[in-house]
Design a protein around this ligand. Structure first.
Ligand code: SAH
Ligand code: SF4
Ligand code: F3S
Length: 440
């Protein structure tokens, strides 16, 4: 008998991939089908994120709402990073929860489902050699985890305490998975890891030395895979060899996310990021140099920034604005620092904490600056010709939509293409941050 699954996914692409895995496992082994109505579901799963405090705090009111409206006998499971972080506390605090499954334990979904009040949150559990469960119907894009966990221990970040130490997934498994996806019609792979370019640092099985640059090269040789993207590389590991491959390899999309976190060398040190403002700017300059050498004049650069880290002065924040002006990021995710338990910054003395109003004001200034930059950059796109992979179309209104190689969403006016088709488009209009164009 078919049962229904409702799943809510919070957090990053890693959680999205974990949800895909859970959905596939439950479909193949337990005959579950997805529903978007929690009231219809036999199983409600919340795949949680604990990177900042607020969403974590909201978890218990969310569970309460699901419990109130769920079908009689329906189960509720809490998965993901907050599951790893709070473990059995979740069941103690909320009797409605039937099981808790940590971010590092998702391959055990079918086990916990049948064990009342199960709590599986071991962050040393190694599922790096676990055979992937893939979605039954694939689109043109797929997520592929290349490593699990993180060894870095940046002073503000809870992730190493929810996903454990870093282990790379063996290259053979990744290559065979990518071939399988390509055969199912996937054209674009998004490689995932907390530090993708640290790939190969540790395997749990005997393994030849393979670094991220080599993995990229090998994946790009797979027929059918037209585009490779990855997130996130760490600025510290962006060596010249990697930058040269990024620039040279035609299948690697010319868009890259390089998390800055802060533009102040003093704050970067306090964050234990391992690089300085100068190092970051040098890596970006070098990346653009390598790309220009290959005739690629445009490379999309995205970033993450935290404002209001303890000890951040106005001058430190000005340093961040200066880097933002210099790099002209295409995408920027920005956050106010949120103190997280287990992390070393959590222990920083309270006199160094940045006033909440000051932090809010800095966030607004940073976001306004980015908006201005984006509008200016979009104007400069007009007239350019780009390759777009169509992801969406509207037959009646007569348009298609997709992303350019450098990751900008582009509306193609007057053309209804096939999903998965690549077309050359001339950009004709820019409205704020969005772009539209025509097929050439
Ligand atoms: N591995 C990635 C980041 C994963 S967490 C990297 O190294 O960049 C995603 C983003 O959340 C981080 O880049 C950071 O900007 C933000 N973040 C992490 N911890 C935070 C905290 N305590 N407060 C506010 N933002 C945080
Ligand atoms: Fe967190 Fe730093 Fe690891 Fe990224 S590199 S997941 S920010 S500890
Ligand atoms: Fe991702 Fe949030 Fe966990 S950002 S790694 S789901 S804490």
């Amino acid at each position: 008998m078919t049962k229904k699954l409702y799943i809510q996914t919070l957090g990053c692409a890693m959680n999205e991939r974990d949800s895909e895995h859970i959905i596939a496992e439950l479909a193949q082994k337990e005959s579950y089908k997805l529903t978007d109505n929690p009231k219809d579901a036999d199983l409600i799963l919340i795949n949680t994120c604990s990177v900042r405090e607020k969403p974590e705090r909201k978890l218990f009111s969310e569970i309460g709402q699901f419990a109130l409206h769920k079908k009689d006998g329906a189960k509720i499971g809490v998965c993901g990073c907050t599951a790893s972080h709070l473990g059995s506390e979740i069941i103690k605090k909320s009797p409605h929860v039937d099981f808790v499954l940590g971010a590092r334990n998702i391959s055990k979904i079918t086990q916990v489902l049948h064990t009342p009040k199960a709590v599986e949150v071991d962050i040393d559990y190694d599922d790096s050699t676990y055979v992937f469960a893939s979605p039954q119907t694939m689109g043109i894009k797929a997520l592929l985890n290349i490593s699990i966990g993180c060894d870095k221990k940046c002073s503000y970040c809870i992730v190493p305490f929810t996903r454990g130490k870093e282990i790379s997934i063996p290259q053979d498994l990744l290559l065979s998975e990518a071939r399988k996806l390509a055969a199912q019609g996937v054209k674009e792979l998004l490689l995932l890891g907390q530090n993708v370019n640290n790939y190969g640092v540790r395997f749990s099985v005997p393994h030849e030395r393979v670094d991220f640059t080599t993995l990229l090269r090998n994946l790009s040789e797979i027929e059918g895979i037209a585009r490779l993207r990855f997130t996130s590389p760490h600025p510290l590991h962006m060596n010249d060899e990697f930058l040269a491959e990024f620039a040279r390899n035609k299948k690697i999309c010319k868009a890259i996310h390089i998390p800055l976190q802060s533009g102040s060398s003093k704050i970067l040190k306090a964050m234990k990021r391992g690089y300085s403002k100068e190092w970051y700017l040098d890596r970006v300059a070098r990346l653009r140099e390598f790309c220009a050498h290959e005739g690629v004049m445009d490379v999309g650069i995205g970033t993450d920034i935290i404002v209001g880290f303890p000890g951040e002065s106005e001058a430190d924040f000005e340093d961040t604005l200066e880097v933002v002006r210099a790099v002209e990021f295409d995408t920027m995710y920005s956050f106010i620092y949120s103190p997280r338990p287990h992390t070393s910054a959590y222990e920083i003395e309270s006199s160094l904490l940045v006033d909440a109003e000051v932090a809010k004001d800095r966030l607004a200034r940073l976001q306004n600056l980015h908006k201005e930059i984006l509008a200016k950059k979009s104007q400069r796109e007009i007239g350019k010709i780009v390759e777009v992979l169509i992801e969406n179309h509207h037959t009646q209104e007569g348009w298609s939509e997709g992303r350019s190689d450098h990751n900008r969403l582009i509306r193609i006016v007057g053309f209804v293409g096939e999903i998965g088709q690549m077309v050359r488009v001339r950009i004709t209009k820019a409205h704020g941050g969005s772009l539209s164009g025509e097929v050439v």
